[in-house]
Design a protein around this ligand. Structure first.
Ligand code: P1T
Length: 411
């Protein structure tokens, strides 16, 4: 759906108002949840022509689609029942003989979709490359490359790709660029302003923001891509429920407030972790120590709320840490108001082969944090406690080893 007259407003204003206006009949300020499955084609006053059938078009969904199109600076938004459904429908635009270049470190479910479904079933060829390395990216293009898929920051190792530079390379090869903007959110990063043709979101994350909606969306200004997406939305049928669209719209109204709080807390947590003896490495785009910090600074308004770190020890220490927090909840997903944490190797990226995980640095010591908007002191206290527990367990393992050793450390 085409974006509306808030197109020249600031992000915050667009998030709150785009795609919505008071209901013409009741004056209701909030977009109603329109549950009707079908719409009368003829009424007493004449023809009603806007909607036909709710899979094809729904007023609540359309408000959300317009809102997201405006938020990302695109013309059209097309919503789906999940982030994976949105990615899948975009892949439906391609087929046998087409080649797609993709970031190597993408959400495990995206990698599974590409390598275990689209590649074997649609005969699409994928090259997984480190898109942060522009030389490697340039070398990956072929005659038949149709799409560059970038995830930045990546899930889970938070690699940053220079979106503007990557778009220039791809466009030189007559190739479209899609950016999965889930980890940044439309507030922290605007890929279309940097040249991207398509933006994809798992709405389930920062946009929803309250751990109560599973949804996805694709945004584009490309008329041809939009027409195909609309066709596939109606034909394949993976549409979101009106209630979910309402929830996601509600999430958009506070997105900027939440992203500021997530980003502020995350920087403090990252700085705390960097000083902790149980942490061997912290990855956060807002830290000067991040290898692509300068690119992140150039293309992100704020650095968002995702942190990954390597804990001293192995799987057992990770397990102790993950079971010792009181505030952080060990659960998949991210971008919520509450602090979440997870173990990518055993959870979100378990479907990725162990060889690929090893290449990407997704080891048993890697822990991913989604920093919430609780009070920073409570967040840090919780981490301090769980890290102390992990340290105790590590020292115990060393002691136990000593008990079993013949002659001790120097013996
Ligand atoms: O879960 P779903 O709404 O289908 O979105 C898939 C998806 C797409 N892109 C990115 C970058 C994602 O992180 C996800 C989902 N990720 C998780 C569930 C997770 O915990 O990482």
């Amino acid at each position: 759906m085409e974006s509306d007259h808030y197109v020249n407003s600031h992000q915050e204003t667009k998030f709150i108002h785009s795609g919505q206006q008071p209901d013409p009949i009741t004056g209701a300020v909030v977009t109603p949840i329109s549950l009707a499955t079908t719409f009368a084609q003829r009424g007493p006053g004449g023809l009603y022509s806007t909607y036909e059938y709710s899979r094809t078009g729904n007023p609540t969904r359309e408000a959300f689609e317009k809102n997201l199109a405006a938020a990302e600076g695109g013309k059209y938004g097309v919503a789906f029942a999940s982030g994976c459904a949105a990615t899948n429908v975009l892949m439906a635009l391609y087929g046998p003989g087409d080649h797609i270049v993709t970031s190597d470190d993408v959400y495990g479910g995206t990698r599974r979709l590409f390598s275990k479904y689209s590649a074997p079933k649609q005969n699409i060829e994928y090259s997984f490359v480190n898109t942060s390395d522009l030389g490697a990216l340039e070398a990956a293009f072929k005659e038949n490359t149709k799409l560059l898929w970038i995830e930045t920051p990546t899930n889970p190792t938070l690699k940053i790709t220079d979106i503007e530079a990557a778009c220039k390379i791809a466009h030189n090869h007559n190739c479209l660029v899609a950016v999965d903007n889930t980890f940044a959110s439309p507030y922290c990063q605007s890929p279309m302003a940097l040249g991207a043709d398509i933006v994809v979101h798992s709405v389930t994350k920062y946009i929803g923001g309250h751990t109560d909606v599973v949804m996805g969306v694709v945004i584009t200004s490309n008329e041809d891509v939009y027409k195909q997406l609309k066709f596939f939305q109606n034909t394949l049928g993976g549409v979101p429920a009106p209630f979910d669209c309402y929830n996601a719209l509600k999430g958009m109204k506070t997105l900027h407030l939440r992203m500021k709080a997530h980003s502020k807390n995350a920087l403090k947590v990252a700085q705390f972790l960097e000083t902790h003896s149980m942490v061997t490495k912290v990855i956060y785009p807002g830290l000067v120590s991040h290898p692509q910090h300068n690119i992140a600074k150039k293309q992100m308004r704020l650095f968002s709320g995702m942190i990954t770190f390597y804990i001293k020890g192995g799987l057992e220490t990770s397990r102790v840490f993950l079971s010792s927090t009181k505030l952080f909840i060990c659960a998949e997903s991210l971008g919520a108001v509450e602090c979440l944490m997870e173990h990518p190797a055993l959870m979100t990226h378990a479907s990725v082969s162990s060889e690929v995980r090893a290449e990407l640095g997704i080891s048993d010591s890697l822990i991913r944090l989604s920093i919430g908007v609780e009070h920073i002191d409570d967040i840090i206290e919780d981490l301090r406690y769980a890290l102390a527990k992990a340290q105790e367990s590590l020292e115990k393992v060393v002691d136990d080893d000593d008990d079993n050793a013949c002659g001790g450390l120097f013996g």
